[in-house]
Design a protein around this ligand. Structure first.
Ligand SMILES: NC(=O)c1ccc[n+]([C@@H]2O[C@H](COP(=O)([O-])OP(=O)(O)OC[C@H]3O[C@@H](n4cnc5c(N)ncnc54)[C@H](O)[C@@H]3O)[C@@H](O)[C@H]2O)c1
Length: 320
């Protein structure tokens, strides 16, 4: 039974993962090699507790109780007692391999070890794990991990089915929605689809079919609008599979399938316009810092979450 969670890496994802468990009263140990990062994560706990409550998200524990569920450490040894550990350090294969080797050596035999990697292969990351070979898996959260429900799950050939089922049930108890990825493919499922969409969007811009502005307007008010109420296959059911069949046949050979690079991104990278973090990307982000923009986005996303899942809403809380 999972009673204590360890999260290794307290950056963007590690913070969100730890927050998600702590607000549900799960004892959580958050580990990072950087004191500064831990201090930022600590502050974010307080900030996000207020944001969640202000938005009407139901957290039955008091702030004091939530904060007593979370501890911060720079020592991997402090997570060793955990029943379930999620590695969420920087996307670097040798680093992740080293952490899994260390965890394999220091954790109790029952500990389940998971990686949150987006692009590295789980089988590579865990190739030197011995004692916990049947207790490793992948749990891929979506940013912001404390708000977006989806977690993609992947097992290795050796993963024990009971371990897999236990993690799945535990995540769902903690208000996450899981899917099983049945084969180890790059990008798993949702990121592959998202990347396919980005490639087609950039290709249409590159070829002068649509302006950048209109592209975003189309996504937000067309497919994105529908996606906020149902998944893709249900959308296909409503459209009629015979109609979709014709559309796919007609377009499949015409949509982007090359690996060319796109000037809309390349020239911005060259000029240092990397997006919100540099104040400029496709759009301008003036006057406020990165964190302010992220919190604004997250406030919107919490409202969206509560509208999709009203049981997370504080009883009597007004819809904002
Ligand atoms: N950012 C995303 O949108 C996103 C989404 C899903 C999955 N992921 C995956 O999650 C993981 C973390 O991504 P992130 O965006 O949170 O990165 P990040 O750079 O924000 O955080 C990584 C953290 O790992 C810490 N770290 C590095 N070496 C360490 C060590 N030896 N011991 C302890 N801590 C160490 C760093 O100090 C840093 O705080 C990556 O594998 C990434 O692919 C990211």
């Amino acid at each position: 039974m999972i009673k204590q969670v360890g999260v290794v890496g307290a950056g963007t994802m590690g913070f969100g993962i730890a927050f998600q468990f702590a607000i549900n009263g799960v004892k959580t140990v958050l580990c990072d090699m950087s004191d500064d990062t831990l201090s930022v994560a600590k502050d974010k706990f307080v900030i996000y507790l207020k944001i969640f409550r202000d938005q009407g998200y139901s957290i039955t524990l008091s702030d004091k109780e939530v904060l007593s569920c979370i501890s911060f450490t720079t020592s991997l040894n402090d997570v060793a007692d955990s029943d379930f550990i999620i590695e969420s350090v920087s996307e670097n294969l040798p680093l992740k391999q080293k952490i899994f080797e260390e965890l394999d050596a220091i954790c109790k035999p029952e500990t389940i070890l998971a990686s949150n990697t987006s692009s590295l292969r789980l089988s590579e990351i865990t190739k030197n794990v011995e004692k916990h070979k049947d207790r490793v898996m992948l749990t891929h959260f979506f940013n912001p991990a404390h708000i977006v429900p989806l977690v993609e799950l992947l097992r290795t050939k050796e993963t024990n089915e009971e371990v897999f089922a236990e993690v799945k049930a535990f995540l769902e108890e903690n208000n996450k929605t899981t899917i099983e990825v049945k084969k180890e493919v790059s990008g798993l499922v949702a990121n592959r689809i998202q990347t396919a969409m980005a490639r087609e969007a950039l290709s249409l811009i590159e070829d002068g079919v649509v302006s950048e502005n209109d592209l975003d307007t189309a996504i937000f008010n067309g497919p994105g609008f529908r996606f906020s109420s149902s998944g893709l296959l249900k959308i296909m059911d409503f459209g009629g599979l015979d109609i979709w069949d014709i559309t796919i046949r007609e377009l499949q050979s015409k949509i982007e399938s090359t690996d060319r690079s796109y000037s809309a991104i390349a020239r911005r990278i060259e000029s240092g316009a990397l997006g919100v973090k540099t104040g400029k990307g496709f759009y301008n982000y003036p006057g406020k810092g990165f964190d302010d923009y992220v919190m604004e986005r997250d406030t919107d996303l919490i409202q969206h979450l509560l509208s999709r899942n009203p049981k997370l809403r504080e009883k009597g809380a007004m819809k904002i």
